[in-house]
Every structure is written in structure tokens, then in C-alpha cells.
Design a protein around this ligand. Structure first.
Ligand code: PLP
Length: 349
């Protein structure tokens, strides 16, 4: 099967720029951004800072770099940071928090969410022999949690309690645009309680690359230095920033369609006997599917034969993610996958 015929439900990072986005990128006015001379990068940074209600923003190549710069800004080597169970910054960033900042993550809560009391319990006393607990990171939406959205009251309570305890608070908002649409709030409301916010343009928004870290002017000054140190200073980055600006302007409102598609697929798969989908956890563009007794590798291989790509997320768990490039085909992909799962569970019975 030609790769263009595949319905790719592995991740919302697989999108390719639309024709209009490519045109905006090709037309972008550029300069050397390490010299602070790229007008399109500057426009993106002003736009995203304003959208998130922060003083300043810094364009960085990836969400990973945005998270790791935040950790560098907020911590000292030997510190401990509190993260959610399965947090991206602890699971999927190649051990960067330990390697680059010299901190150890401790995870609290379950399924990606945690409470203010969890934070209180995790903070170490200030004796010499304990690590210093210096920051808390929330992830909204939560990737390993299956695209879960933090309830606004819980998010505010956790951030407020952390602040009272003298901790810095960071949001991994790689998919905060999805969270805002799902919660029916402005992105700035989600960002408000945080010292630093990382957000991505290359997930559901469909830009080819790029993320931003948003914060106070002072923190962004420090972040700029760390970006250079990590090799993230880009030159005519306005080409990429133009894609991000186009995505912010044109692709935010349509995220609801991805959420609707994910819900349709989840409802369909939940009807397959022997397959488990927690419909209450399907809040945005992700669906986690558990298949007791059937290896996820087998499901992924059989789905591929039927022209559908899914991500293996555990020995018996697959993840499905809807996005811009499958806006009209995702449900068809879900139907094919339902047939694959039905044949596998039938074969097992
Ligand atoms: C929640 C979350 N944070 C951060 C990242 C890192 O983004 P990047 O792949 O741009 O480094 C991802 C990537 O999928 C993610 O899901």
C-alpha cells in the first residue's frame, strides 16, 4: 500500500504543512534570529506571549527543548522536581532533566493528574540530606494519560499550593490548545497560574516544527541563554515561525473536529468484545485501547495491512491520535481497526 494511502493515527505530530501554510512559510520575511533580527520570529513570540497572557516568549525548535529550558531556569543541580505519572519531561526526553539540569523527577498522582495534597506530601523537608524540591510540572493535555484535560479548579489549586510552598510551577502545554478547546476556556486562563508555559505548534496545530516557552521578561532572558547553550539558536527561523503563526491563526478552532473524530472512533471500538476503551477518558484527540491477551504489536501489524497506522503504547495497549491530516479519514481508519480487533478477539475466543 502506498504510504499516501495509509490512515496514520499514530500521532498528531505526523501532519504535513498544508498548501496555504507552505505559501505563508515561503513568503516569510526573515533575518538572523540569533542577532534578534528575524521579524517573523518576533511577531510569533509577541503573538504567543499575548495569547497566553505572559510578558514574553521564546521560539524554540521543540517541545522537549521548551520543557528542558524551563527546568534549567527553575532549578539547581541536586534538586528534585515533582511531575505527573508518565510525564513527558521525565519519560520521553532521553533523561534530559537528569543529564542537563542534574535534577531528579519524582512522580505523583495517577493517570497524569494529581492533587494539591500530593504536592504537599512530595515536598521534601529542608534538611541537608534531602534534595531541595524546587518545581512542579503539570502536563495539559496529558499524553500518557490519553489526552486528559486538567479540570481548571484542580489545576489552579495545585499551582497555588505549590507557590505557597515556594515552588516554581511549569506547564508542559504541548497540547494546551486542545485543552483550551475541550475545557471551553481561553489558553491564557490555563496559562495564568504558571511561571513558565511550554506550548507546541507542531502537534495538533499542524506546523512542521517549533514550540515556545512563555514567561516573564526576566525568565525569557535566562531562557534565551539556555537555548543558545543547547544549540537551539536558529538563524532564518522566520520560515518556521511563519508556519507556526499560520497554525495559530487557522488551525486552533478546528481542533474540535479532531476531538469529535476521536470520540467517534472510541465509541466504535468500545463495542468490540474483548477490547477496553475508557470512554470517560477520551477528552481530546487521543484514544487508548487495551486488548487483554492480544499483543499490541500484533494489532499494529494487522492494522498496517489494512492501511491504518497506530502507536504501540504498552504490551497490550495501542494509542490512536486524530489530527488535521486525517480530518476526513480518521473514522474510516477507526472502522478498519474495529474489524481488525474483532477478527483478533474472535480468533482468540
Ligand atoms: C506532552 C508533550 N510534551 C512535550 C513533547 C515534546 O515535543 P517535541 O517532540 O517537539 O520535542 C511532546 C511530544 O509529543 C508531548 O507529547
Amino acid at each position: 500500500m502506498a504510504s499516501s494511502d495509509l490512515i496514520d493515527l499514530r500521532s498528531d505530530t505526523v501532519t504535513r504543512p498544508t498548501a496555504a501554510m507552505r505559501e505563508a512559510m515561503a513568503r516569510a520575511e526573515v533575518g538572523d534570529d540569533v542577532f534578534g533580527e528575524d521579524p517573523t520570529v518576533q511577531r510569533l513570540e509577541e503573538t504567543v506571549a499575548c495569547l497566553l497572557g505572559k510578558e514574553a516568549a521564546l521560539f524554540v525548535p521543540s517541545g522537549t527543548m521548551a520543557n528542558q529550558i524551563a527546568i534549567l531556569v527553575h532549578t539547581r543541580p541536586g534538586d528534585e522536581i515533582i511531575v505527573s505519572e508518565g510525564a513527558h519531561c521525565a519519560w520521553y526526553e532521553s533523561g534530559a532533566a537528569a543529564a542537563l539540569s542534574g535534577v531528579q523527577p519524582v512522580s505523583v498522582g495517577s493517570g497524569g493528574l494529581f492533587s494539591a495534597d500530593d504536592v504537599v506530601r512530595a515536598v521534601k523537608p529542608t534538611f541537608d540530606w534531602y534534595p531541595r524540591t524546587s518545581m512542579v510540572a503539570l502536563e495539559n493535555t496529558h499524553n500518557r494519560g490519553g489526552g486528559r484535560v486538567w479540570p481548571m479548579a484542580q489545576l489552579r489549586e495545585v499551582a497555588e499550593r505549590a507557590r505557597q510552598l515556594g515552588l516554581r510551577v511549569h506547564l508542559d502545554g504541548a497540547r494546551m490548545w486542545n485543552a483550551a478547546v475541550a475545557a471551553g476556556v481561553e489558553a491564557a486562563e490555563i496559562a495564568a497560574p504558571f511561571d513558565t508555559v511550554a506550548c507546541c505548534f507542531s502537534k495538533g496545530l499542524g506546523a512542521p516544527a517549533g514550540s515556545a516557552i512563555c514567561s516573564s521578561r526576566d525568565a525569557i532572558k535566562a531562557a534565551r541563554r539556555f537555548r543558545k547553550r543547547l544549540g537551539g539558536g536558529m538563524r532564518q527561523a522566520g520560515i518556521l515561525a511563519a508556519g507556526a503563526l499560520h497554525a495559530l491563526e487557522r488551525h486552533r478552532a478546528r481542533l474540535q473536529q479532531d476531538h469529535d473524530n476521536a470520540r467517534s472512533i472510541a465509541s466504535l471500538l468500545a463495542t468490540v468484545p474483548g477490547v477496553m476503551v475508557d470512554l470517560q477518558r477520551v477528552e481530546t484527540n487521543m484514544v487508548m485501547v487495551d486488548s487483554p491477551g492480544i499483543p499490541a504489536d500484533t494489532i499494529a501489524a494487522r492494522a498496517r495491512e489494512q492501511g491504518v497506522l497506530v502507536a504501540v503504547f504498552g504490551p497490550e495497549r495501542i494509542r490512536i491520535v486524530t489530527h488535521l491530516d486525517v480530518a476526513d479519514t480518521a473514522v474510516e481508519g477507526g472502522q478498519r481497526l474495529a474489524r481488525v480487533l474483532a477478527s483478533l478477539t474472535g480468533a482468540r475466543a
